[in-house]
Write a protein that binds this ligand. Structure first.
Ligand code: HEC
Length: 494
């Protein structure tokens, strides 16, 4: 079949008709480099698809095809050590021009056409060559094009500040602006690694039009905005381990689009990871110097419509003996039995049990939802106070019990709003006789009085308080409770 079609092909050539590069590629190259350009026999041969060797300066590929290639060669991160036999004698100038034009315009390759005159010139210039090239020889003559940075024109801005969530950076002034020539976002470049916000801006390229997916993970929180639209967001304080990673999609036209990444590091470890995928991009393209961790199996723990659910395992952001409560309607609480205090409140999803399903020993699981508020991280009551457990009402709402000498403090929680207006009500009662009990309600969160019984608590919450007198000292807010006079606090997200 092939033997008979070849003379016809040659006849067409001599008649001066245009060569079909795809057809000739199948004849002369695909046995080794694969019909899809990815390397024949499952990638045992090097790929021509997205190979930098075939892009840019055409002489590199021309010379390889004319005289062959021998010895170690690295293509797209993998080293091959094979031999490609010379093809120059078998393929005419216009045929080779058509093949390389086809190769350079196929499978996400995007380099200009190769003309028969270029082939002719290369043949003449290398006429004395009688053995295959080695990769270093070729690279010395024709270096590989520099890889385009993942994010073009990338700049970073540094903002000092103590945030547990993303602030409005447009209202803030950076202390430092830098160009990031490697085009990758990275926290390791920043000279400030705690209590800091970072904003990166640059342009990404969509090789083709279509839907692109962005995957983001951060320690602590981050948001990615592409072409002016928020695509993914990781909120609150927590680790970068895949369990909090978020993904979002956006439709993009082919070409360049602005990207903006906002990031906050509170305390402890710091890291950010971002990757994109979509049409024309093989697999994930990293936009950060660290890759985004793979997804963990998700096993969301949910309350039923009329009963709260409990999570008794390590919760990130609070102490080891914390008890999580997910209430119907998407309001959640983590109570620390070590500190005798509610420490975390959040909305939306409760906890993902995937990590701790099999065993207890794999680190802390961060809350699965959003708008997390850390009320405090210190002991709420004086030394000597002891946790005595909790009781549940028929709806699964807890009342925590703490003993202080002869007295008992009862700390009862129930949902007071859901969905778009999430809220939790807390009723605090001191039983028995004796002196008032002083209790820490929050630290590091500003409590601002806005009405008779109304307060603003930090950025996220409003607090409605009945029978409650607060006192703030050294950034900590306390509540004084007299025996037999319950106080009610309602935490409502703004
Ligand atoms: C008999 C198998 C075979 C054929 C046919 C063949 N090649 Fe190759 N090619 C190879 C091998 C093997 C290498 C790697 C050599 C090494 O390890 O040094 C290679 C390397 C290359 C490279 C550089 C590395 C890369 O992956 O980009 C280019 C470019 C290339 N070939 C183009 C072609 C073109 C175009 C044709 C058709 C005209 C062709 N080859 C035909 C086996 C072949």
């Amino acid at each position: 079949m092939m033997l008979r079609s070849l003379p016809i092909l040659l006849a067409l050539t001599s008649a001066g008709l245009a060569q079909d590069g795809g057809q000739l590629y199948t004849t002369y190259c695909s046995a080794c480099h694969g019909a899809d350009g990815k390397g024949a026999t499952g990638g045992q041969f090097p790929p021509l698809a997205e190979s930098p060797w075939v892009q840019g300066d055409p002489d590199r590929a021309i010379k390889i095809v004319l005289h062959g290639l021998n010895g170690p060669v690295e293509v797209a991160g993998r080293t091959y050590n094979l031999e490609m036999p010379p093809q120059g004698a078998a393929i005419a100038d216009d045929q080779l021009a058509a093949i390389l034009t086809y190769v350079r315009a196929s499978w996400n390759n995007a380099s200009p056409a190769v003309t028969p005159a270029m082939i002719k010139a290369a043949r003449e210039a290398t006429a004395g060559r009688d053995k295959p090239w080695t990769a270093p020889e070729i690279l010395k003559l024709h270096p590989l094009p520099a890889a385009a940075p993942p994010i073009a024109n990338l700049i970073s801005r540094i903002y000092p500040g103590e945030w547990q969530d993303l602030p409005d950076f447009s209202k803030l002034k950076p202390i430092n602006v830098e160009e990031e020539h490697d085009g990758l976002i990275s926290v390791s470049h920043a000279d400030r690694k705690e209590l800091v916000g970072l904003v990166w801006e640059g342009q990404i390229t969509a090789p083709k039009a279509g839907k692109f997916t962005f995957r983001l993970d951060a320690d602590d929180c981050a948001r990615v905005i592409v072409a002016g639209k928020k695509v993914a967001e990781v909120r609150g304080i927590g680790p970068l381990n895949g369990s909090r990673a978020k993904q979002g999609q956006i439709q993009l036209s082919a070409g360049s689009h602005p990207i903006r990444i906002e990031y906050v590091e509170f305390r402890g470890q710091e890291a950010i990871a971002l990757a994109m995928k979509g049409p024309g991009i093989p697999g994930w393209r990293n936009l950060s110097d660290s890759p985004v961790p793979a997804e963990k199996p998700s096993l969301m723990i949910r309350p039923t419509p009329d009963r709260a659910v409990i999570y008794r395992n390590f919760i990130a952001g609070t102490t080891a003996r914390a008890i999580g409560f997910g209430f119907p309607g998407g309001v959640n609480l983590a109570y620390s039995a070590d500190n005798l205090a509610p420490e975390l409140l959040w909305t939306g999803d409760f906890m993902d049990g995937g990590r701790h399903w099999v065993d207890r020993g794999q680190g802390n699981q961060p809350p699965a939802g959003e708008r997390q508020v850390k009320l405090s991280g210190a002991r709420a009551l004086a030394e000597g106070a002891r946790f005595r457990g909790y009781k549940l009402d028929p709806a699964g709402n807890p009342t925590f019990s703490v003993q202080l000498g002869e007295q008992f403090l009862l700390d009862a929680w129930k949902p007071a709003g859901s969905g778009a207006t999430p809220a939790l009500t807390r009723t605090l009662t001191v039983n028995g006789q004796g002196s008032p009990v002083e209790l820490l309600v929050c630290e590091k969160l500003a409590l601002k009085k806005t009405g008779d019984q109304d307060y603003e608590l930090g950025d996220e919450l409003r607090l409605q308080a009945e029978n409650a007198a607060f006192e703030t000292r050294d950034g900590k807010t306390y509540l004084k409770l007299s025996p037999g006079k319950p106080a009610t606090l309602t935490y409502r997200w703004k």
